[in-house]
Design a protein around this ligand. Structure first.
Ligand code: S5P
Length: 480
């Protein structure tokens, strides 16, 4: 088996499934090594050998399982080959429930309580395996084992062990480097660079650093108690009571469409987000009906106006015109770009009405400029206007202050997941991560979902699915 594994590593290098250079991972970290196992579908002999070695690795470990399930998408053909060659039934986890019919997240026959082996191509932090395990467990399956082609050896194995999943791998980064060095495929300097990277970028197993350990993760309810601003308090309170950290973005263009959606998803959300300037038939009646629905279903209204002008102009945009946003939106948001004047202007209108604002500190869209020093300056601006700013639109946790709420857009159940820098998108720059990644890895307090919900033929069920996924991820974060 060792000789076969050695040959496989050489083959993977030859087809550029293993590359060396300068790559940006999903987390934003620069990596000197990159695995792109998606190419193996073009090399059936190699793909077959990977599947065989995965099978043999599993069997040697003594794992018991009734079904196999590949983490979508790269590992799907691998699981298929294992299933077909060894006569073990397969299950398919949908990354997105299909638009019609039964909307099952797990396809295939199984008995509740039976065990399923997870098959994966590469493991970094183990989050994709955990996410698939979560989906399988949510329908009553038991997951105790996973098998992977390449373990990046950055702590994923230990993290999975901590969540009760034993991970076996065909090969790890250290062994891969040894083989490639032995055959002089890469210079020693590159191998050393990768070893350094792995050493410095591990998800540390074992006890947390003392400061972190001493600070217990606070629940939404506890954080609400720490907030000074009534809107932040109210939002945390709704999140705790409704068990929902889901905000639905109602990006529809008719008043009737938005009201219907708000009524359907109302029970599952803590907040409804609007883009009021895309509504063709906006009216005072619309505002009245939306406000009634917000009271009935207990959610807040967030107008995603993204104010970005000088103080005097944004004041008018907030208070006047056709929409008179300050009259009905509990929350608005603003760019920090114009400087503190934007907040000073908005505050003069909003404070008296007990309204709140979120600052856009990071964006979900590809190539956006809200990064680095700009993001840091935005956080500082928020800290200096705590009487009005209650949090951020962001893609990561930017402040340790539990009173600040982090809201993350760019979320879909089919988003991201392989830990390798790939994020799905909409073809217009939007980039998606999954609810699990948003809440656990990026530490979002609220996920914002638009098309994932309103484009679904059954938005209520879709909202419920997002609510469950995001709240379970929050509970996992609290427990760990
Ligand atoms: O960085 C951002 C900030 C916002 S507020 N990225 C975003 O996508 N948004 C908004 O979130 C965007 O304007 C849209 O209303 C929603 C995402 O919609 P989806 O359909 O892509 O889920």
């Amino acid at each position: 088996m060792a000789a076969r594994m050695e040959q496989l590593i050489l083959d993977l290098f030859a087809i550029e499934a293993v590359k060396f250079g300068d790559f940006t991972l999903k987390s934003g970290i620069q990596s000197p090594i990159y695995f792109d196992l998606r190419v193996i579908v073009s090399y059936p002999v190699i793909m077959n050998e990977v599947a065989e070695l995965l099978w043999e690795t599993t069997k040697t470990s003594g794992a018991n399982f009734a079904t196999v399930c590949g983490v979508p998408y790269t590992a799907l053909p691998l699981a298929t080959l294992m299933s077909a060659h060894h006569d073990v039934p397969m299950l398919i986890r949908r990354k997105e429930a299909k638009d019609y019919g039964t909307k099952k997240m797990i396809e295939g026959k199984f008995e509740a309580g039976s065990s399923c082996l997870i098959v994966e191509d590469v493991v970094t932090s183990g989050s994709s395996v955990r996410e698939t395990a979560q989906a399988l467990e949510s329908v009553g399956l038991v997951v105790t084992d996973a098998v992977v082609l390449l373990d990046r050896e950055q702590g994923g194995k230990q993290k999975l062990k901590d969540s009760g999943i034993a991970l076996q791998s065909i090969c790890g980064t250290a062994q891969l480097l040894r083989i490639l060095r032995k055959h002089e495929k890469i210079p020693e300097s590159v191998a050393e660079q990768v070893r350094d990277f792995v050493r410095n970028n591990s998800f540390q197993p074992g006890p947390e650093p003392p400061v972190k350990k001493a600070r217990k993760a606070l629940s939404y309810g506890e954080r609400g108690d720490l907030c000074q601003h009534p809107v932040a308090k109210q939002l945390f309170d709704i999140m705790e009571r409704k068990k929902s950290n889901l905000a639905v973005s109602a990006d529809l263009c008719t008043a009737a469409g938005i009201l219907k959606l708000a009524d359907e998803v109302g029970p599952h959300i803590c907040m409804l987000k609007t883009h009021v300037d895309i509504i063709t038939d906006f009216s005072a009646e619309f505002v009245q009906s939306l406000t009634q629905l917000a009271e009935q279903h207990e959610f807040l209204i967030f107008e995603d106006r993204k104010f970005a002008d000088i103080g005097s102009t944004v004041q008018h945009q907030y208070q006047d015109g056709l929409y008179q946003i300050s009259g009905w939106a509990h929350l608005i948001n603003a760019h920090a770009l114009p400087g503190p004047g934007v907040l000073e202007g908005l505050k003069q209108v909003g404070l008296g009405k007990q309204r709140a604002c979120l600052l856009i500190a990071e964006m979900s869209s590809r190539g956006n400029l809200a990064t680095g020093e700009y993001t840091k300056a935005t956080v500082k601006m928020a800290e200096e206007h705590r009487d009005f700013v209650v949090g951020f639109i962001s893609q990561s946790q930017l402040s340790q202050d539990p009173a600040f709420i982090h809201m993350t857009p760019g979320v879909q159940l089919c988003g991201s997941g392989d830990g390798l820098g790939q994020r799905s998108g909409d073809g217009l720059g939007q980039q998606y991560v999954s609810p699990w990644d948003a809440v656990v890895e990026r530490r979002a307090d609220v996920i914002i979902v638009g098309r994932g919900v309103y484009k679904d033929p059954d938005p209520a069920t879709a909202a419920q699915r997002y609510q469950t996924a995001a709240f379970q991820a929050y509970q996992h974060r609290l427990a760990n």
